[in-house]
Design a protein around this ligand. Structure first.
Ligand code: SAH
Ligand code: SF4
Length: 348
């Protein structure tokens, strides 16, 4: 076994065995990283050309009933400023976003009991009615299959629910006992069954993470076959139990983006805000390593800083129009182009 052969296998067969993934990640040289990067960028170019899909992120609530140890919105964080957007505010974000060329809106928030199925389905219906040519993506945590089905019937197209870590023991070290890896994974398979374009994903460098955990994350993605995958570095938040933990590494996050692109050539793969937070050119580097999506913020400016998952989050001061201009220029700078397009999974 050597890394060149493993990279070759990832590129042509889009798979690798668990021991091969562990060996690769444990023995990466600079030339391996560059070989992965080149192959992943070429794969993304074949699938998407130089087109980058944009998603308008609307952070609808900073209220959360969960207590994930890594997240600044966890319910035990007394310092968090809690807000929720009204349906009118959400619609007005979409209106602004539509004018700026967005054709996907991502409604993300903590698990906030205010957003019942009745409230949420009404919001989804009104967005789909006003903007029938747009996709609606939800990222609202574990709502359960019955709720997912109502949201799907209301017209939601996609759902993001990171699996966070596929390993149950590792998952238990990142979450209180009320949350379980098996349940998270069960809900992800339910989302796929219901016809959502489904997004899984994980943090790179989360506390206690091992290379074997990362290999298992990659193998979980192979089983689930999600249409989207969100990965970014773990970044500590000052008001959480993980405040003193180091952030995940830029290099490892980039390499994992490349591996995921090779294992899932058509997957919708964002260069995340977290990646842009740990390095000023993080999102550009993400694209050059095989990512094909960016998610500028459309949330009302007055609440941006209060959606604080981790410290030093970028783009909390800019208005939406400035945000998209900045990203468009960044993408042009590396030879890519932001497009006005729903950006569905290619086989749809
Ligand atoms: N409540 C929903 C959506 C909001 S959290 C949910 O949990 O799915 C969205 C994502 O932010 C989470 O899936 C997690 O992977 C990421 N996140 C939370 N805290 C983070 C941190 N400290 N560093 C990096 N990413 C974090
Ligand atoms: Fe809530 Fe999501 Fe943060 Fe967990 S990661 S505390 S579910 S907002």
């Amino acid at each position: 076994m050597n890394n060149q052969d493993i990279i070759q296998k990832l590129t042509t067969e889009h798979t690798a065995a668990r021991d091969e993934l562990i060996f690769l990640l444990d023995n990466l040289t600079d030339s391996d990283r560059e070989a992965l990067r080149k192959a992943a960028q070429a794969t993304a170019r074949t699938q998407f050309g130089n087109r980058i899909f944009i998603r308008g992120l609307i952070e609808l609530s900073s209220v959360c009933k969960n207590d994930c140890y890594y997240c600044g919105l966890r319910r035990s964080n007394q310092n968090a400023v809690r807000y929720r957007l009204t349906p009118e505010q959400i619609l007005s974000c979409c209106e602004q976003g539509y004018a700026l060329g967005f054709r996907t809106f991502v409604l993300q928030g903590g698990e906030d009991g205010y957003f019942t199925d009745a409230v949420m389905t009404a919001i989804v219906r009104s967005i789909k009615q006003a903007y029938p040519d747009c996709a609606v993506t939800l990222s609202l945590g574990e709502r359960g299959e019955a709720s997912f089905q109502r949201l799907r019937e209301a017209g939601a197209d996609r759902y993001l629910l990171r699996h966070e870590t596929a390993d149950a023991a590792h998952y238990a070290r990142l979450h209180p006992a009320t949350m379980r890896a098996e349940e998270r994974q069960r809900q992800l398979f339910a989302l796929k069954r219901l016809g959502f374009q489904t997004g899984a994903g994980f943090m790179v460098g989360s506390p206690y993470q091992t290379t074997a955990n990362l290999a298992d994350d990659l193998l979980f993605l192979q089983r689930l076959q999600p249409q989207m995958c969100g990965i970014g570095p773990f970044i500590p938040h000052k008001d959480t139990p993980f405040r003193d933990r180091p952030a995940g590494s830029l290099e490892l996050t980039l390499t994992l983006l490349s591996v995921i692109r090779l294992m899932h050539p058509q997957i919708l793969l964002p260069a995340t805000t977290a990646l842009g937070t740990i390095h000023p050119k993080g999102r550009e580097m993400g694209i050059l390593h095989g990512a094909n999506v960016v998610m500028p913020n459309l949330s009302p400016e007055e609440h941006r800083k209060d959606y604080s998952l981790y410290d030093n989050k970028i783009c909390t001061g800019d208005e939406a129009a400035a945000c998209i201009r900045c990203l468009a220029a960044r993408m042009r700078g590396i030879g890519y182009q932001i497009v006005t397009d729903r950006g569905d999974y290619p086989d749809r």
